[in-house]
Design a binder for this molecule. Structure first.
Ligand SMILES: Nc1ncnc2c1ncn2[C@@H]1O[C@H](COP(=O)(O)OP(=O)(O)OP(=O)(O)O)[C@@H](O)[C@H]1O
Length: 595
């Protein structure tokens, strides 16, 4: 057990809760302590009731019985009332953890850390652990009640017979076998997880509305049903066998405690028959011995929970440390108001975290200020990677990128970000109102209907506004009972978001028309050319467009063809056609296909 880590975690949880609302914590702690002490007190009251009853003291027995009832109510309800007091505070602990995790995850300059295997794994584990933090305060408050309750139980048992102090030792075998059983069940879960995943996937396939058409056309219902049943029964068979073995192991451990329990009761009975102790002691031992089992088991579970929280906390700190190595640059060379020269890539090379070979190598390019640049190349050529480097989401491993002669890394990250905009290929579907889903592209103007309307117009997406029931106020996405958009409509919203910032120095559109119909695509590119010209003239912006449609890229001022991770060709449409290389071949191929 990592005692120091656990103490640090406990200190942190209590400290945060204390600073939020002392009085609630005090009341919750008192209720937990009261509830926990009521259990051994109940055993005493039972013994007392028995004694009074045997003594023929009816009134005394009735009074003691009333105390039993009151203590029983306290035992059963105190924890629930305590929960009402600490519930909100413990939810806050989870929220605080989630926020810290989100900050560690997204508070960096780039996104590379999220892809390094060790950090990606830590993130996945921490996302699952977040619920633990909500339970942390409850665990601590329970521990606060448990300690005096265990002490009181020990004192009461020792008074009957000091040998009974050995009872907690009898709880250890069941605890040990419970852990072994848990491991057996875990292994069973692991062995059946592939089958369970497959079965769930088949179930999802068979029930998700969007698969309905295909399933009917190919008459796959029964076939899926058979596969689902096979996968499910295979997985459940394994799990059942594991659980049966685990139950046997658990029962073996419990037998040890049952033997010790019987022995303890026998000791009390013998002392009572010998007239050394009152008969009430037998009742006391019967009730207390069960509590010893509960107390020790709870203590171990609580310390395991706290240990898990401590581990999660350590992981989060490690993640924060690693993320801090890539913290956004706050100061540096000021970002120019307008570009006069442009953006240069000088022998840039890049390898994804965890990958063995570079995606880009020796890329040298001049992207002139105020010009439109089109990037083309086959799937996986590195086009999206190139624009992510330009946007500063990844850092080049080799070479550098300069903005009007200044290394991009010397520009304050936030200032550079504010002068860039992008429509990504894997854009986000924000389930906000339509207005917000567009407006967040420029937070200061998020609530400005004119700015949102203009962005929608630039993206040729005004039809989305009229297609939804409440215009810009329509909540988007399935999670709101709102209007779910089509794939093309979502893409139009993403492009409109990219057009929100009024004067970007770098505007990137990565395949903005992949989901659009032909008419929408033409309208978008027509409007894109207008926007590119406008920002080019206004601030010398460089607009970068990635597209597989050669007819749309031909009008770009510069066309860059990527191949084998580097620049294969670059020039204007006319120059590249004249050179008769890859571009010319592909262009002819596409125009031939269209004809
Ligand atoms: N996050 C990532 N981690 C590791 N490898 C990646 C990652 N993203 C892309 N790659 C790899 O880098 C290469 C270039 O990918 P990229 O997305 O830049 O290509 P692209 O030219 O934009 O392709 P497409 O035309 O299909 O969109 C591919 O081989 C891809 O598998």
């Amino acid at each position: 057990m990592r005692t120091r880590g656990v103490i640090a975690a406990a200190h942190r949880i209590l400290g945060a809760a204390w600073s939020q609302d002392r009085s609630r914590i005090v009341v919750a702690a008192l209720l937990m302590i009261g509830g926990a002490l009521a259990a051994p007190a109940l055993a005493v009251a039972l013994a007392w009731t028995t004694g009074r009853f045997l003594a023929g003291d009816r009134a005394g027995a009735a009074g003691a019985g009333a105390v039993v009832a009151i203590l029983a109510v306290i035992t059963l309800t105190a924890a629930h009332f305590a929960h009402l007091y600490y519930f909100e505070i413990s939810e806050q602990a989870e929220l605080a953890f989630d926020q810290e995790l989100a900050a560690a995850s997204n508070g960096t300059a780039g996104v590379a850390h999220q892809e390094r295997p060790e950090q990606a794994d830590a993130l996945t584990v921490l996302q699952r652990e977040s619920r633990q933090f909500q339970a942390g305060l409850e665990a601590l408050l329970s521990a606060l009640g448990l300690i005096p309750a265990m002490l009181l139980t020990a004192v009461l048992l020792a008074r009957v017979n000091p040998v009974l102090l050995l009872l907690p030792l009898a709880v250890l075998p069941p605890l040990f076998t419970a852990r072994v059983a848990e491991r057996i069940t875990d292994r069973g879960r692991g062995a059946s997880s592939e089958g369970t995943r497959l079965a769930l996937n088949l179930f999802h396939l068979a029930t998700a509305p969007r698969h309905g058409g295909e399933l009917r056309i190919f008459a796959l219902r029964d076939e899926l049903g058979r596969r689902h049943e096979r996968a499910w029964s295979q997985a459940m068979g394994r799990l059942w066998r594991a659980q049966a073995r685990a139950a046997l192991v658990r029962a073996a451990g419990q037998l040890v405690f049952i033997a010790a329990y019987a022995l303890a009761v026998l000791l009390a009975v013998r002392a009572s028959l010998a007239g050394d102790r009152p008969l009430g002691d037998v009742v006391l031992v019967i009730a207390l011995a069960v509590q010893v089992n509960v107390q020790v088991t709870t203590a171990v579970t609580l310390s395991q929970n706290l240990s898990r929280i401590a581990t999660a906390q350590d992981r989060l700190e490690d993640l924060k440390e690693l993320a801090a190595q890539d913290s956004p640059r706050q100061e540096g060379h000021p970002v120019p108001d307008r570009l006069t020269h442009g953006i240069d890539l000088e022998a840039v090379g890049f390898t994804y975290p965890g990958a063995t070979s570079p995606v880009l190598h020796d890329v040298s390019l001049h992207l002139p200020a105020g010009h439109t640049v089109a990037v083309v190349g086959e799937n996986g050529a590195g086009k999206s990677t190139l624009v992510k480097l330009l946007l500063g989401l990844y850092r080049p491993d080799a070479g550098r990128i300069t903005v009007d002669g200044t290394d991009r890394r010397d520009l304050p990250t936030q200032d550079w970000r504010e002068r860039t905009s992008a429509g990504f290929q894997d854009f986000v579907r924000y389930e906000f109102t339509l207005g917000d889903a567009v407006g967040v592209g420029d937070l200061p103007h998020r609530d400005d209907p004119a700015a949102v309307g203009a962005a929608l117009d630039r993206a040729r997406a005004l039809d989305v506004l009229t297609a939804v029931p409440d215009g810009a106020a329509t909540r988007l996405g399935a999670s709101h009972d709102g209007s779910d958009l089509s794939g093309g409509q979502w893409q139009k919203v993403a492009t409109a978001r990219a057009f929100m910032r009024p004067d970007p120095l770098l505007l990137v559109l990565d395949e903005p028309s992949s989901a659009l119909d032909a008419a929408s695509e033409d309208a978008l590119f027509e409007q894109y050319a207008v926007t590119a010209r406008r920002v080019g003239e206004a601030v010398g912006a460089v607009t970068v467009l990635i597209s597989h449609r050669f007819s749309t890229v031909r009008s770009a001022d510069l066309i860059v063809v990527l191949g084998h991770g580097t620049v294969a060709e670059s020039g204007t449409h006319e120059e590249l056609m004249g050179a008769g290389g890859t571009y010319a071949q592909l262009y002819r191929l596409q125009s031939h296909a269209y004809r």
